[in-house]
Ligand binder design. Structure first.
Ligand SMILES: *[C@@H]1O[C@H](CO)[C@@H](O)[C@H](O)[C@H]1NC(C)=O
Ligand SMILES: *[C@@H]1O[C@H](CO)[C@@H](O)[C@H](O)[C@H]1NC(C)=O
Ligand SMILES: *[C@@H]1O[C@H](CO)[C@@H](O)[C@H](O)[C@H]1NC(C)=O
Ligand SMILES: *[C@@H]1O[C@H](CO)[C@@H](O)[C@H](O)[C@H]1NC(C)=O
Ligand SMILES: *[C@@H]1O[C@H](CO)[C@@H](O)[C@H](O)[C@H]1NC(C)=O
Ligand SMILES: *[C@@H]1O[C@H](CO)[C@@H](O)[C@H](O)[C@H]1NC(C)=O
Ligand SMILES: *[C@@H]1O[C@H](CO)[C@@H](O)[C@H](O)[C@H]1NC(C)=O
Ligand SMILES: *[C@@H]1O[C@H](CO)[C@@H](O)[C@H](O)[C@H]1NC(C)=O
Ligand SMILES: *[C@@H]1O[C@H](CO)[C@@H](O)[C@H](O)[C@H]1NC(C)=O
Ligand SMILES: *[C@@H]1O[C@H](CO)[C@@H](O)[C@H](O)[C@H]1NC(C)=O
Ligand SMILES: *[C@@H]1O[C@H](CO)[C@@H](O)[C@H](O)[C@H]1NC(C)=O
Ligand SMILES: *[C@@H]1O[C@H](CO)[C@@H](O)[C@H](O)[C@H]1NC(C)=O
Length: 716
């Protein structure tokens, strides 16, 4: 019997079906939309929020189970892989079984700079990286229980987890399966500054389409939403160079933070538990500057959204964020929302710094330079279509409406206004790791703050953390170890330019504070020209710059420092091991003495407030950024810098030439900025005029600025 002859149309239909299934499996950018009108769980038996007090705070059972399983099944092997039997640092590790310290790493904000700096530091602590393993630092990442992050650090963190925890090289540059960060395509203007060329228009079209899909469900959006989508193109895994300007991929839309537990490395407890931090602006405050320490600080784990701050002390089931709850009750049985916790939106929320830089009066995003136009343009298209309640913050429906009215400032509100996790001055998310219930012994602070004129940290974030923990959080959080008391002291003691251990010698058992291993972004210890102190709003990096950035960071991370020298400390890796294990001693009774080896390390790396170190011990550090791959204007400027000495040696005539050149360069730079600004406002004005042409019923504005002002004032 011959096989029946299938009609041609059937075959075609099959092909069509296959094609549409393929298309389906790749998702669509509209998967950014949450799902609304979902049946709610019976909140009497399965509550969506839990409340506690600073005195009886507990971890979510899923967090406790994750940390516990990792501790019993993964960490013993990781410790032994890292420290062996302990003899190299003077201990017998078998003495410490069952009392191994709990470790967390905190990664700061600071845009791409922070993401790259955090990546370089993680690489230096990664046992899978040969140089790190050899130096003895590689292994700290594997024994950690938590990884907290905010803003640019949250991009790194989201990327690491949603790419299934590859090593940093594979993640940043990509490999056969991963597409990498594609940092040379600018975040907001990927095809150059002409917003209206085809590729940029395709890109903005896809972004607006995503955001509209969410807004169509009557959920208030803001500038954070297009921002979140742009971040997803680089840090989630569905965007490659080939599909960047197409709709062939969901570009990370539909990847959900609460589904992170399904990722293989997470399911196998191979990774620390991530915590993302965001600040809040109290409703009605409307502040457009930095916030004081008071307003509630939120966190997002793969399980929960909420706050340990004593004023709120409540958490919500992350799968249901986007649902408004009043006293824990949904508006009705089908008022629940899911898939609001888009991975891109979580990263965008933590990095939502727009309340501080979106200047409605002048229609500018301060700090962003030309890139800002890309964001403003998308915002304007969004506002043509939808109403939003607050454009400059991340709008989250408030699940804590009605909770703790006496102490929680947004208890009376339907919405929360979340903003960049660094808005209150705490740019390294230490707070989440000091929560008492988490019981951490060792905290690694990875600080890429840009505090001084050369974009180096000056300790202000660490001081802000200490201040908030010692005052507002003194009932809910562990104590803070002694640190230099002012930014001036952070600078003069040199601890902002090399690794330092704080809190080495507690006065109580159990210790009143954890050890803090401070890893500030600092100039190369070798005395090389620094490339890691870039500006926060630098939104593209060449391949060469990326590579040098990661190399410098990794070298400083594994190199420690030797006093009065520019060579790395061969003992630094083992000194980190000493710091990591030290608290285990306090769990034994009687506590065994610190080994001689570790005591030596501590003399070198611990901060002793009564005998502070000096920055004089760190000779030859170069502070001024040197662009490794200058383009255009800065190239000429650098050439000039390099040859200045020779030229000046050439005599008076040359000096005149130089003065002329300098004058020309200054004029050129001003002129360039002026022309660029002019061009941008013309582009935006044209867009508004075109809008009127296409739709004569739309108001005809004189300029884009008038249009934006009017739109923003209408929606209040
Ligand atoms: C949700 O339900 C309400 C009323 O039951 C209805 O008006 C609305 O259109 C629904 N929305 C969606 C997106 O299904
Ligand atoms: C919800 O749970 C409560 C407590 O278990 C129970 O009394 C009630 O009947 C449940 N309601 C529904 C609609 O199932
Ligand atoms: C903590 O204490 C408060 C007030 O004493 C109580 O309402 C709450 O149920 C307790 N929570 C837990 C998790 O024990
Ligand atoms: C650790 O192992 C080395 C050899 O591998 C051995 O010499 C040493 O005694 C061991 N130390 C401890 C503390 O067990
Ligand atoms: C290390 O401790 C274990 C058990 O406490 C003991 O059996 C072993 O002999 C010790 N090793 C050394 C080298 O002291
Ligand atoms: C990262 O992992 C890849 C394998 O996926 C390996 O080839 C590469 O050498 C690793 N990079 C480093 C720096 O260890
Ligand atoms: C992206 O990552 C998710 C989660 O790990 C995975 O399910 C998906 O297959 C990945 N997609 C691509 C295109 O690699
Ligand atoms: C994706 O589709 C949207 C909506 O149709 C469109 O506006 C946008 O230009 C498209 N983008 C690309 C890259 O084709
Ligand atoms: C914040 O803005 C709202 C709406 O424009 C206004 O009602 C309120 O008074 C403002 N609050 C402050 C403190 O200015
Ligand atoms: C969230 O709620 C759903 C429904 O009650 C439940 O199945 C799930 O375990 C909850 N997740 C967390 C992290 O609490
Ligand atoms: C339930 O609440 C949602 C959200 O507030 C609302 O959109 C919807 O119309 C309500 N449905 C009914 C049937 O009242
Ligand atoms: C440290 O940085 C902060 C914030 O960036 C700045 O305001 C302060 O003036 C700096 N302190 C010193 C001593 O330079």
């Amino acid at each position: 019997m011959s096989t029946p002859h299938l009609p041609r149309s059937f075959l075609l239909a099959c092909l069509f079906l296959r094609a549409s299934l393929l298309a389906f499996s790749q998702g669509s950018v509209t998967d950014y939309a949450p799902i609304t009108n979902i049946s709610c769980p019976n909140v009497s038996s399965d509550p969506l929020i839990r409340t506690f007090t600073p005195q009886n705070q507990t971890l979510h059972p899923a967090e406790e189970a994750y940390i516990g399983t990792r501790e019993s099944s993964v960490l013993p092997g990781a410790w032994s892989d890292w420290i062996g039997n302990g003899s190299d640092i003077g201990y017998n590790m078998s003495d410490f079984q069952g009392s191994l310290p709990k470790i967390g790493i905190a990664i700061s904000g600071g845009g791409y700079r922070a993401a790259l700096y955090g990546a370089g530091v993680l690489s230096g602590f990664d046992a899978r990286v040969e140089a790190a393993k050899k130096a003895g630092t590689g292994g700290l990442l594997q024994v950690s229980s938590y990884l907290s992050a905010l803003s640019g650090g949250s991009w790194l963190t989201g990327s690491v987890y949603f790419n299934n925890f590859p090593n940093i090289t594979d993640m940043v540059y990509g490999n056969d399966e991963l597409s990498g960060w594609i940092l040379d395509l600018d975040l907001a203007t990927p095809d150059g500054f002409d917003l209206f060329n085809d590729e940029n228009q395709h890109f903005y079209g896809s972004i607006v389409w995503s955001v509209m899909a969410k807004a169509a469900l009557a959920i208030d959006t803001s500038i954070t939403d297009p921002w979140a989508r742009m971040i997803s193109y680089h840090f989630l895994n569905e965007t490659s160079r080939d599909n960047f300007f197409t709709n062939d991929s969901a570009h990370g839309a539909g990847q959900i933070w609460s589904q992170m537990p399904d990722i293989p490395a997470f399911a196998q407890h191979q990774v620390p538990l991530p915590i993302i931090m965001a600040d809040s602006r109290p409703i009605g405050d409307n502040s457009t500057g930095p916030l004081p320490p008071g307003p509630t600080v939120y966190e997002i784990t793969p399980f929960e959204f909420g706050s340990w701050d004593p004023g709120l002390s409540a958490m919500m089931n992350l799968s249901f964020t986007g649902t408004h709850l009043l006293n824990g009750q949904p508006d009705n049985d089908t008022a629940c929302v899911q898939r609001f916790d888009q991975a891109g939106f979580v990263m965008g929320t933590s990095a939502s710094l727009f309340n501080q830089i979106l200047d409605v009066a002048t229609n500018t995003l301060n700090g962003f330079g030309e890139d800002g136009a890309g964001l403003l343009y998308v915002l304007s298209r969004q506002l043509q279509e939808v109403r939003t309640r607050a454009d400059d913050v991340a709008n989250w429906p408030n699940p804590f409406n009605g909770i703790n009215p006496d102490t929680f400032e947004d208890s009376g509100s339907r919405w929360l206004e979340l903003v960049d996790g660094s808005t209150n001055g705490e740019n390294v998310p230490l707070g989440q790791l000091f929560v008492k219930a988490r019981g951490l012994d060792v905290i690694v602070g990875v600080d890429a703050s840009a505090n001084d004129a050369n974009n180096w940290p000056n300790g202000s974030s660490i001081i802000a953390s200490q201040n908030r923990i010692n005052t507002i959080l003194n009932t809910s959080h562990q104590g803070f170890p002694p640190i230099p008391s002012t930014e001036e002291d952070f600078i003069s003691t040199g601890v902002r330019q090399r690794p330092t251990f704080f809190g080495c010698n507690p006065t109580q058992t159990p210790p009143e504070y954890p050890i803090l291993i401070y890893m500030p972004n600092s100039p190369p210890l070798t005395g090389d020209n620094p490339v890691t102190n870039t500006g926060t709003f630098k939104l593209s990096y060449t391949a060469l710059h990326t590579q040098l950035f990661l190399e410098q960071t990794q070298q400083n991370t594994i190199g420690g420092f030797l006093a009065d020298s520019n060579i790395p400390d061969p003992d630094f890796g083992k000194c980190v091991q000493c710091a990591a294990i030290d608290r285990a001693r306090f769990r034994l009774s009687p506590a065994p003495a610190r080994s001689d080896y570790c005591a030596q390390c501590f003399t070198h790396y611990c901060f002793d407030p009564s005998d502070p170190p000096s920055s004089d011990e760190l000779p030859g550090r170069k502070l001024v950024f040197v662009d490794p791959q200058p383009t255009g204007f800065s190239k000429i400027e650098d050439l000039f810098k390099d040859h200045k000495a020779a030229w000046i040696g050439g005599g008076v005539a040359l000096i005149f030439v130089l003065i002329g050149l300098i004058g020309f360069l200054i004029w050129w730079r001003k002129r360039k900025t002026y022309v660029e600004n002019k061009r941008m406002s013309k582009i935006l004005d044209d867009a508004v005029a075109r809008r009127h042409l296409l739709d004569p019923s739309a108001t005809d504005y004189e300029s884009y600025e008038d249009y934006l002002k009017d739109t923003l004032s209408k929606e209040g």
